[in-house]
Write a protein that binds this ligand. Structure first.
Ligand code: SF4
Length: 353
C-alpha cells in the first residue's frame, strides 16, 4: 500500500434501515481508506453488507428507510456523507461512478447506445453534438467495443452481455471519475468475458489512475486486480490488509474458510469445501463474535464478547479473539484445546497451500 493521501476515507460507518419497530443496523463500525489509483476489494458472502456499503458511498441508500446512523465518508478530504441529494447528484457521474452486476437493468431498452451515452454529456458538459459523438466513439474504442460508429445506433438487447457491460463501463467513465465502484461487475458473465472485463477495469485503473472499489463474493477476482482487500462478514470488516498478505497469511477463520473454498484449492484437494451454515440475518446476529455460530475455532468468550480489531503488524488487522494476546494467556487448558482445534481445522481443510 502506498503512502499517498487517501481519496476515500470511511470512518466508523454504521448504516441502518428503519423497520416498523427500531432502526436495524446492517453495517457496523466500518473503517477503510482508498488512495488515488488504488484498487480495493470488498469481499464477502451475500448478506455481509458489502453492497450496502457501496450504496452508502454513492449516496444511493434505498429511501426513505436506509440511512447512515454513525460515522462519516470523505472523498478527497471533503465530507460527502450527509450531502443533500442535489449535491450528491453532481458528484455521481463526475467524481464517483458505479457499475452494476446486470447492465440490462441499468441501460434503458428503448434508447440507442448513442443516445444513452450522449445524455450525461449533455447534462454535465458544454460539448456540441459533433463533439459529443467524437467523445462517445473514443470512449467506446477505449473499452474495446468493435464498430463503435455502428454500435451507437443499436439498442441494448442487440448486444451480448459482455458488450453491455463494456457500455456500462464507458457510461461510468464518461465523466472521468476519481472513484469507480464496481458491484459484482462480472458475476453475470461467462468466464472468458469475465477475464476481459477485469482486464478492462485494470487498464482503466492504470491508465487514468482511477481508484476502484470492487464489490465481490469471489476472492479469485480480488486476487486478479486488487491492491488491498477488506473481508466483510455480517456487517463488519473482519480482516483488512494487502492482497498478498491476505493470501499468504490469512488470520481470520472466515477468510481461511473463503480461501479454502476457492475452486483452484478444491481442484487440488479433489473435494468441494464450503463454509458450513449461512450468514446470520441482521435480526439474528449472535451475541459476541458475529462469526461464532459458524466458526470451527470458537471459544466460550467468542459467544459472549465481540472481539476488538487487532493489529497484526504493518497494515494487517483482524477482528478475532484468537489474535488477542490477553486471550492467548487464558490458561494452558484453553490454549491446548485451541491448538488441537486449529490443527484439526488445518488438517481438515488444508488452508495453506
Ligand atoms: Fe472464531 Fe472466536 Fe475468532 Fe470469532 S472471535 S472468528 S468465533 S475464534
Amino acid at each position: 500500500m502506498s503512502t499517498k493521501r487517501p481519496l476515500l476515507e470511511i470512518r466508523d460507518l454504521d448504516v441502518s434501515f428503519q423497520t416498523q419497530k427500531d432502526p436495524l443496523r446492517i453495517v457496523h463500525g466500518l473503517s477503510l481508506t482508498l488512495e488515488q489509483g488504488e484498487t480495493i476489494g470488498i469481499v464477502g458472502e451475500s448478506g455481509s453488507g458489502k453492497s450496502v456499503t457501496s450504496l452508502a458511498v454513492m449516496g444511493l441508500l434505498p429511501q426513505p428507510t436506509g440511512f447512515i446512523s454513525n460515522g462519516e465518508i470523505l472523498l478527497d478530504g471533503r465530507k460527502i456523507s450527509g450531502l443533500k441529494e442535489k449535491e450528491m447528484r453532481k458528484l455521481r457521474g463526475n467524481e464517483i461512478s458505479m457499475i452494476f452486476q446486470e447492465p440490462m437493468t441499468s441501460l434503458n431498452p428503448v434508447f440507442t447506445i448513442g443516445d444513452q451515452l450522449s445524455e450525461p454529456l449533455k447534462q454535465h458538459t458544454k460539448l456540441n453534438r459533433k463533439e459529443r459523438k467524437t467523445k462517445i466513439i473514443d470512449i467506446l474504442k477505449t473499452v474495446g467495443i468493435p464498430r463503435p460508429e455502428q454500435i451507437i445506433h443499436e439498442y441494448p438487447h442487440q448486444l451480448s452481455g459482455g458488450m453491455r457491460q463494456r457500455i456500462m463501463i464507458s457510461l461510468a467513465m464518461l465523466g472521468e471519475p476519481k472513484l469507480l465502484i464496481a458491484d459484482e461487475p462480472t458475476t453475470a458473465l461467462d468466464v472468458t468475458i469475465q477475464a476481459q472485463i477485469l482486464d478492462l477495469i485494470r487498464r482503466i485503473n492504470e491508465k487514468k489512475n482511477t481508484s476502484v472499489m470492487l464489490i465481490t463474493h469471489d476472492l479469485g477476482v480480488v486476487a486478479e486486480i486488487c491492491d488491498k482487500v477488506a473481508v466483510m462478514y455480517a456487517g463488519e470488516i473482519v480482516e483488512y490488509t494487502d492482497v498478498r498478505t491476505l493470501f499468504d497469511k490469512p488470520l481470520h477463520p472466515y477468510t481461511q474458510g473463503l480461501i479454502a473454498s476457492m475452486p483452484d484449492k478444491n481442484e487440488r484437494k479433489g473435494e468441494l469445501y464450503s463454509i458450513p451454515g449461512n450468514v446470520p440475518r441482521p435480526t439474528e446476529l449472535p451475541q459476541g463474535c458475529h462469526f461464532s455460530t459458524r466458526c470451527p475455532l470458537a471459544m466460550e468468550r467468542c459467544h459472549q464478547e465481540s472481539p476488538p480489531i487487532i493489529s497484526s503488524g504493518g497494515n494487517h488487522t483482524v477482528k478475532c479473539w484468537l489474535h488477542d494476546s490477553a486471550v492467548k494467556k487464558e490458561g494452558e487448558e484453553a490454549k491446548e484445546q485451541l491448538v488441537e482445534k486449529e490443527e484439526e481445522y488445518n488438517v481438515r481443510h488444508a488452508i495453506t497451500s
